[in-house]
Design a protein. Sequence first.
Length: 412
Amino acid sequence: MTGHKLTGKRYRLEKPELLAPAGNLEKLKFAVHYGADAVYIGGQKYGLRSNADNFSFEEMREGVEFAARYGAKVFVATNIYAHNEDIEGLEAYLKGLENAGIAAIIAADPVIVETALRVAPKLEVHLSTQQSTLNWQAVQFWKEEGLPRVVLAREASLEEIAEIKAHVDIEIEAFIHGAMCSSYSGRCVLSNHFTDRDSNRGGCCQSCRWKYDLFIDAEQFEDNGDQFTMGSKDLCMIEHLPALIEVGIDSFKIEGRMKSIHYVASVVNAYRQAIDAYFADPDGYVLKPEWLEEIHKAANRPLNTGFFLDTPGAEDHIYGPEDKAAPYDFAGIVLAYDEAAGIATVQQRNHFKPGQEIEFIGPGGVFFKQVVGELRDKEGNVLDAARHPLQEICLSVEQPVRSMDMMRKRIR
């Protein structure tokens, strides 16, 4: 596909931004350390992930300071559709975000957009995907309202994005990886009806991922006793990275503020390498199998290309029981490395024991595999397994490791 290289320093980034999710401060640090140019988080109000840990203003300031050391930015999702009772305190909250050093908010409700532009002028306002923006005239409207960036609806195709970029000189952000909502741009009411939790105010209970029994004419339909869901397969566009770049998308957004550190770091790591490789040699760019393998090691569900290339069909939904896609489990985080002794100190995040195959992974795709040998605790006692959460474990490693490298174990 021919790209639309638009002029204007602000509205066509020289290199697409890699934007990662961060459900808490630890996830923010790992996302940035593994290559994210920016992260989006939730505060304690006005966001659509009320079940995430979310950030206090103090944690936001710490996150902003950490990100700044890597040249990265922090955005805050304020993307609820506000009811009357939600408006009180909005101005103070937005001013608090501005004072914490947040670079931008992601908003859908016009009252939040207008209020931010009025009371917190240092905050950029990015239009949320919840606005379901799909055409260039709507994008033009929001540009004229003073917004520098629009996050398109997840239903936008590459052809539609190309047309938008041809007409409007504005930054375009698009989800390129992660879970896809079964409803239109996330505007679901199943959760409201089933659990009285409002999806558009942060309470989604992921009703589409539940297991259901099927009834036909009031009689239960038996199919080997299997239950089914109605969730979509996850989005993955790493195999089509050149098309995303050439069409003019300015920010590549990864979904998953509720996902694990291992998931976020692994996915960011793969896309970071792919983006950098493309810009180092666009004509000679080739997708490396290890990038796709890395994605699959963190995947929770089967993958597809969403709406980018074609309208999804029945084969793009998950109707049967889900098998665990990833052959690895997150096992630990490297805290320190004794180079002279070849000993790593690892904080345990999942059970592992001697004799198991493990893999160490770090930023830039540096990794190696080995078998777990003798384990000792901090006092030097020999352990038969690392079985206690957050316990510090010492083990011999076959290659040097660094702080914030991750360890995972093979499970099949």
